[in-house]
Design a protein around this ligand. Structure first.
Ligand SMILES: Cc1ncc(COP(=O)(O)O)c(C=O)c1O
Length: 418
C-alpha cells in the first residue's frame, strides 16, 4: 500500500474483515498514519477560535499558527448566528429556561418556545403543522424512517444528502436512485414502483453543486404516478423565493409539496431541523420518528435565538438582497477568471479542480496561508474526477473581502502561485 497510498480513499475501508468489530481494518491505520494522508486530513476539523463570521481566526492545522482568515466555508449565509438581536434572544431564553430541555418532547421536554417556534415555522412554510428536531440530520432520518416501511419505495436523486439515504435504509424501504435532475430517469424509476407506496425525495439546492431541482416537473411526475414528495430545503430556506420560503416558493409550487424539510443550522444560524406537512402526517410522525420521541428536545437558548432569527429574516428582504448581490459579484469575478463553477444557481458555488487530489490539497494549503479558508471537497464526497472547493457565500461579505478572495483564488488556482 505504501507505494500507492494516495490512490486510496475512505471509500476503500468501509468493509471491515478484522476479527473484532472493535478494530478497524488493519490497513486503515497504516493509511491514516501516512504523512500525505495526514496532511490531506489536516484541512478538516480545523479549529475556529472565534464565531463563524466571514472574518474569523483559526489555529491552522497546517502549521499550528493562529491566522485571521476570510471564512467562505461556514453555512452562516445570512450572518444570523452572530446577529446581536439573535444573541440577546438566546441569552434571554438561557436565563429563563436554563441550558437544556431535560426531556424528550413527548414526555417532559416540550417548552412553550418550542411550540411557538414550530407554529411559526409551519405558518412560514404555509403548511398545517411542523415537527422540530434537535438536528437536521435527525429530522431527515426520523421523518423518513417514521413514514416508510418494508415494502415501500423511495426514489431519490443520486445527489441526495446522506441523511435521507440513512432514513431510507433504516425504514427498510427499497431505495432507487435517479440520474441527477433527469426527468427521463425519474420516470423510469417511477414506472418500476408503479402501484407501490413511493416517496420521491430531492434537495432544494444541491449541497455540493449549488444547482436546483426541476421541481415543477418532478411534482408533475409525482402526481402522474401517485408518489409522495419530499423536498430538503436545507440550503434554500430563507434564501430562495420572494419571501424566503425556499425553492418551492421560488417555483410557485408550495401547495404541491408533500413534506418540506428545513434545517436550523444553516441560514437560521442555530442548530436543529424541522419538517412541515399536514396535521395528520405530523401527528403520525410523533409516534414513529425516533429522533423526535427518543431524543432530548432542542436547547431552549438555541430555540429562543431561532425565533428571533426567523423574525429578522422575514421582516424584510434586506439580508437576502445582500446575499444575492454578493453571489452575483463573486460569480462574475470567478467567471472572469475562467473557473468551472459547474451548474451553480445559488449561494453554494463549487470551483471544480478535477481529478488531481494532490493539487487540490496544495491549493487549499496555499490559499489558507494567504488568509482564505476554503475547504477542499474530495472523493468520495464528490466524484473522483470533480474534486473541488465549495464557496458558501454570506450576506456579510464586504466588497474588500470579496476582492481579496478573488485575488487569492486568481493567484493560487489560476496562476498556480503556490
Ligand atoms: C441537504 C442537507 N440536508 C440535511 C443536512 C443535515 O442538516 P444539519 O447539519 O442541520 O444536521 C445537511 C447538512 O449539511 C444538508 O446539506
Amino acid at each position: 500500500m505504501s507505494d500507492n497510498i494516495l490512490n486510496f480513499s475512505l471509500a476503500d475501508f468501509f468493509f471491515n474483515d478484522s476479527p473484532s468489530v472493535l478494530n478497524p481494518p488493519s490497513d486503515f491505520e497504516e493509511w491514516m498514519g501516512h504523512p500525505a494522508v495526514q496532511r490531506g486530513f489536516s484541512f478538516y476539523e480545523q479549529e475556529l477560535l472565534e464565531a463563524p463570521r466571514v472574518s474569523t481566526r483559526i489555529r491552522s492545522n497546517l502549521d499550528g499558527k493562529e491566522r485571521r482568515i476570510i471564512n467562505l466555508t461556514s453555512y452562516n449565509y445570512l450572518g444570523l448566528s452572530t446577529h446581536p438581536e439573535v444573541i440577546q434572544a438566546a441569552k434571554d431564553a438561557l436565563d429563563k429556561y436554563g441550558l437544556g430541555s431535560s426531556g424528550a418532547p413527548l414526555l417532559s421536554g416540550t417548552l412553550d418556545i418550542h411550540v411557538e417556534l414550530a407554529q411559526k415555522l409551519a405558518e412560514f412554510k404555509k403548511k398545517e403543522d411542523c415537527l422540530l428536531f434537535s438536528s437536521g440530520l435527525g429530522a431527515n432520518v426520523g421523518t423518513i424512517q417514521g413514514l416508510l416501511r418494508k415494502g415501500d419505495y423511495m426514489v431519490v436523486d443520486e445527489k441526495i444528502h446522506k441523511s435521507i439515504i440513512d432514513g431510507g435504509t433504516l425504514s427498510g424501504a427499497k431505495m432507487l436512485f435517479f440520474d441527477h435532475n433527469s426527468m427521463d430517469s425519474l420516470q423510469m424509476m417511477l414506472e418500476k414502483t408503479k402501484g407501490k407506496r413511493t416517496l420521491v425525495a430531492v434537495e432544494g439546492v444541491y449541497s455540493m453543486d449549488g444547482d436546483l431541482p426541476r421541481l415543477p416537473e418532478i411534482l408533475d411526475l409525482c402526481d402522474e404516478y401517485g408518489a409522495g414528495s419530499y423536498v430538503d430545503e436545507a440550503h434554500s430556506t430563507l434564501m430562495f423565493g420572494a419571501n424566503g420560503r425556499g425553492v418551492a416558493e421560488h417555483f410557485g409550487v408550495e401547495d404541491r409539496v408533500g413534506i418540506s424539510f428545513g434545517t436550523l443550522s444553516k441560514s437560521f444560524g442555530g442548530v436543529g431541523g424541522f419538517v412541515c406537512g399536514s396535521k395528520p402526517i405530523i401527528r403520525y410522525l410523533k409516534g414513529y420518528a425516533s429522533p423526535w420521541n427518543f431524543s432530548c428536545a432542542p436547547s431552549p437558548a438555541v430555540s429562543g435565538g431561532l425565533l428571533k432569527a426567523l423574525e429578522i429574516a422575514t421582516r424584510d428582504s434586506s439580508l437576502r438582497d445582500k446575499l444575492w448581490k454578493n453571489v452575483t459579484y463573486l460569480k462574475n469575478g470567478l467567471n472572469r477568471l475562467g473557473l468551472d463553477m459547474g451548474e451553480s444557481e445559488s449561494q453554494v458555488i463549487p470551483i471544480i479542480i478535477g481529478a488531481d487530489g494532490a493539487k487540490l490539497m496544495r491549493f487549499a494549503a496555499a490559499m489558507q496561508t494567504r488568509g482564505l479558508f476554503l475547504q477542499p471537497v474530495d472523493f468520495p464526497a464528490v466524484p473522483a474526477h470533480a474534486r473541488r472547493f465549495r464557496i458558501s457565500v454570506s450576506s456579510q461579505l464586504t466588497q474588500a473581502e470579496m476582492d481579496e478572495t478573488l485575488n487569492i483564488i486568481e493567484d493560487v488556482i489560476v496562476k498556480g502561485k503556490e
